[in-house]
Ligand binder design. Structure first.
Ligand SMILES: Nc1nc2c(ncn2[C@@H]2O[C@H](COP(=O)(O)OP(=O)(O)O)[C@@H](O)[C@H]2O)c(=O)[nH]1
Ligand SMILES: [Mg+2]
Length: 258
């Protein structure tokens, strides 16, 4: 019987901090005595801060594809993910082995989240992870983008979209917490009051799409419970323990039906 263990899947736009957090969270878990497997699914990465247990670049390197097939960087990444997914048997066998020889897997993904979500090859990779483990997604958003109060709403909404698209429970997480005043972005300021205000305006406004917006904002409000929206720093470790607790809580409550 295959025991499907936890895998933590780092998701988010390029530069949001997936690779850094994979390393920081893995280090922290190793410090607790866990045997952590690191799965790199980014065929375009040059330098990794962790030692990959499985490395997509052993199957395909985006740079080689670029040269060989005369593609640009984006085309090369898309083609690389296609090639990776064509090797699903090899991947599945390796990940299955790794799953049984480790306590949990941390999965690092390509910057191009849209490849995972909107291409069959990307979804195939996620399916392999689902077959060999019980994945929990961590959706990272860099809060220094200037979204300010809205970071909370945006990261929560996107995590909901990912949850629907990839079919794995996904936690919204703000990265690079060392660079922000966490309190000002999270239980924010005003974030609740802001949403309440927008809702008030909408209710009295009667604009097109008003009903939809009200419902969307209500969803965001509902999922914005403080214990769900997390901020972490890969640099100084802020929030890593809380993140792991939240991941573990989801892992334990999701139930394994196989
Ligand atoms: N200050 C700070 N910088 C970070 C943190 N995490 C990542 N970075 C930086 O953000 C950039 C992108 O990080 P990376 O982990 O490669 O992002 P990825 O593309 O999502 O894998 C790099 O320059 C990192 O050094 C963090 O927690 N704090
Ligand atoms: Mg990366």
């Amino acid at each position: 019987v295959l025991l499907r263990k936890l895998s933590i899947v780092m998701l988010g736009p390029a530069g949001s901090g997936k690779t850094s957090l994979a390393s920081a969270l893995g280090n922290w878990l190793e410090g607790l005595g866990y045997n952590v497997a690191y799965i790199n699914l980014d065929p375009a990465v040059e330098v990794l801060p962790y030692k990959p247990t499985f490395d997509a670049r052993d199957v395909v390197r985006a740079r080689d594809v670029m040269l060989k097939e005369g593609l640009g960087p984006n085309g090369a990444i898309i083609r690389s993910i296609d090639i990776l997914s064509e090797n699903y048997e090899y991947l599945g066998k390796n990940l299955m082995n790794i799953n049984s020889n480790s306590d949990l897997m941390i999965v690092d993904t390509p910057g191009q989240l849209e490849i995972l979500m909107f291409r069959n090859s990307g979804l195939k990779l996620i399916n392999i992870i689902k077959e060999v483990s019980k994945p929990v997604g961590v959706f990272l958003l860099d809060p220094t983008l200037g979204l300010r109060g809205n970071s909370a709403a945006v990261v929560t909404l996107m995590a909901i979209v990912i949850r629907l698209g990839l079919g794995i429970p996904t936690l919204p997480v703000l990265s690079k917490a060392d660079l922000i005043n966490v309190k000002s972005v999270i239980y924010s300021t005003s974030y609740y009051t802001e949403v309440e205000q927008i809702l008030d305006e909408l209710r009295s406004g009667g604009e097109i799409l008003t009903d939809m917006l009200i419902e969307v904002l209500n969803i965001v409000k509902k999922y914005l419970r403080p214990e769900r929206l997390l901020a972490v720093s890969a640099l100084n470790g802020y929030g890593i323990e809380d993140l792991y607790k939240a991941i573990h809580e989801i892992f334990c409550t999701c139930g394994d039906l196989t």
